[in-house]
Design a protein around this ligand. Structure first.
Ligand code: AR6
Length: 171
C-alpha cells in the first residue's frame, strides 16, 4: 500500500492528526503557510508557541492545533537557501527527520506537510521535493505504524515537482 499521497490545496483544511508548519526560529508566526496556520488555529496557538522559547533551524516542536481540524501542529524551521553551499540539503533533511521523531513519540499516524523552505526561504522546489520524498521513504522503510504522509501542494507547479520526485524514487 502506498502511504505517501500528494494533493493540491491548503494545509489548514487538512483532516489529519498533525499538520506541519514551515515556521521561523521565533515560532511566533509570520507569512506564508505559517500565517495561514496561525490565522486558522487562533490566538491560543500563539500563546502556546510563546511558552516554547523558539526552535533552532532543522529542529521541530509540537503544539496543539486549537481551531484547526488537525489536533496537532508540528512546527519546523527550514533553512534559508544561500546557494546550496551552507549545508542547506542536510538541514532540510533534518527538518523531516525531526518531524518523524515527533510522530513516533506521540503515536501520530497521519500527517500533512507543506513544501518547507520553498517560499520566502527560496529553497529550489524540485530539490526540496526530492529531499522530502527521500527522507519520507527512508522513514517509512523502518516505521510500520504511520498510515499516511500527505504532501499538500499550494499550486500546480508544486504538485508537479512532488509527483516527479515520487516517480523518480520508486524502486
Ligand atoms: N497551504 C499549503 N502550502 C502553502 C500555503 C498553504 N496555506 N501557503 C503557502 N504555501 P513559506 P518557507 C506554500 O514561505 O519558505 C514565514 O513567514 C508556498 O507556496 O510559507 O519555509 C515563516 O514565518 C511554498 O511552496 O515557508 C518563516 O519566516 C511553501 O508553502 C518563513 O515564512 C512554503 O512557503 C518560512 O519560509
Amino acid at each position: 500500500m502506498e502511504r505517501i499521497s500528494i494533493v493540491q490545496g491548503d494545509i489548514t483544511g487538512q483532516q489529519v492528526q498533525a499538520i506541519v508548519n514551515a515556521a521561523n526560529e521565533s515560532l511566533l508566526g509570520g507569512g506564508g503557510v505559517d500565517g495561514a496556520i496561525h490565522r486558522t488555529a487562533g490566538p491560543e496557538l500563539l500563546a502556546e508557541c510563546r511558552t516554547l522559547g523558539g526552535c533552532p533551524t532543522g529542529e521541530a516542536r509540537i503544539t496543539k492545533g486549537y481551531h484547526l481540524p488537525a489536533p496537532w501542529v508540528i512546527h519546523t524551521v527550514g533553512p534559508v537557501w544561500h546557494g546550496g553551499g551552507r549545508g542547506e540539503d542536510e538541514v532540510l533533511a533534518s527538518c523531516y527527520q525531526s518531524v518523524y521523531a515527533l510522530l513516533e513519540q506521540h503515536g501520530i499516524v497521519t500527517v500533512a506537510f507543506p513544501a518547507i523552505s520553498t517560499g520566502v526561504y527560496r529553497f529550489p522546489l524540485e530539490r526540496a521535493a526530492g529531499i522530502a520524498v527521500s527522507e519520507t521513504r527512508r522513514f517509512l522503510g523502518r516505521n510500520q505504524s504511520v498510515q499516511e504522509i500527505r504532501f499538500v501542494c499550494f499550486d500546480a507547479g508544486n504538485e508537479a515537482a512532488y509527483r516527479q520526485a515520487l516517480s523518480g524514487t520508486l524502486i
